[in-house]
Design a protein around this ligand. Structure first.
Ligand SMILES: [Zn+2]
Length: 183
C-alpha cells in the first residue's frame, strides 16, 4: 500500500517537472520569436530609410548646362526661369545673339548663388518698401491738399513711377533663384 502511494507521488512529481520544462521551453520560444520580430522590424526600418535617402537624391534636380557664375559647362542645379530671364532671352532672340544655353549653377557655386539671390531679394524688399512709403506719403499729401482730381491722379502716377524706378534700381542686384528640388 505504502509503496503504491510513493509511486503515485513520484509520478505526479515527474509530470510536474515535465510541465515545468515544457513551460520553460515555450517561454524561451516566445522570447526568441520576440527577438526575431524586433530584428525584422529593424530591418524594415533600415530599408525604409535607405529608400527615403534614395528618393531625396532623386528629388535633387540636376541638369546639364552652363554655370551662371563660372561659365563652365557642367552638371548642376537649374536656374529658375523668371520674367527677367525670359525678358533677356527674348531680347537676345530678337537681336539674334541667343545661344540657347541652359543656365545652371554648378555645385561649387551653389552657396554663392544662394547668397546673391538673398541679396537681390533683400534689395527688392528695401527699394520696394521705400518706394511704397514715399508713394503713400505723396498720395496722402495730394488728398489732404484738397486739390482737384487731375492733380491727385498725377501724384499717384508719380508714386507708381517712383516705385518702378526703385525696383529697377534693385534689379542691379538681380540674381535668379536656383531650383534645387523637383516639385
Ligand atoms: Zn560655377
Amino acid at each position: 500500500m505504502k509503496k503504491k502511494v510513493k509511486m503515485k507521488k513520484a509520478k505526479t512529481k515527474k509530470v510536474k517537472m515535465k510541465t515545468k520544462t515544457e513551460e520553460k521551453r515555450k517561454k524561451r520560444e516566445k522570447r526568441e520569436v520576440k527577438v526575431k520580430e524586433v530584428e525584422v522590424k529593424e530591418e524594415v526600418k533600415e530599408a525604409e530609410e535607405i529608400k527615403k535617402e534614395e528618393k531625396e537624391k532623386e528629388e535633387i534636380k540636376k541638369e546639364k548646362g552652363t554655370c551662371l557664375i563660372c561659365q563652365k559647362e557642367t552638371v548642376g542645379s537649374p536656374v529658375k526661369e523668371d520674367f527677367v530671364i525670359r525678358g533677356i532671352r527674348k531680347i537676345k532672340t530678337s537681336l539674334k545673339i541667343a545661344r540657347g544655353t541652359n543656365l545652371i549653377i554648378c555645385d561649387e557655386h551653389l552657396e554663392e548663388a544662394r547668397k546673391k539671390r538673398e541679396r537681390f531679394e533683400k534689395s527688392l524688399l528695401t527699394y520696394g518698401g521705400i518706394g511704397a512709403v514715399i508713394g503713400i506719403i505723396l498720395v496722402i499729401a495730394g488728398l489732404l491738399g484738397g486739390r482737384d482730381l487731375i492733380s491727385i491722379l498725377s501724384s499717384m502716377l508719380i508714386a507708381i513711377l517712383l516705385i518702378v524706378v526703385l525696383v529697377i534700381f534693385s534689379l542691379a542686384y538681380y540674381f535668379p533663384a536656383v531650383e534645387e528640388r523637383k516639385k
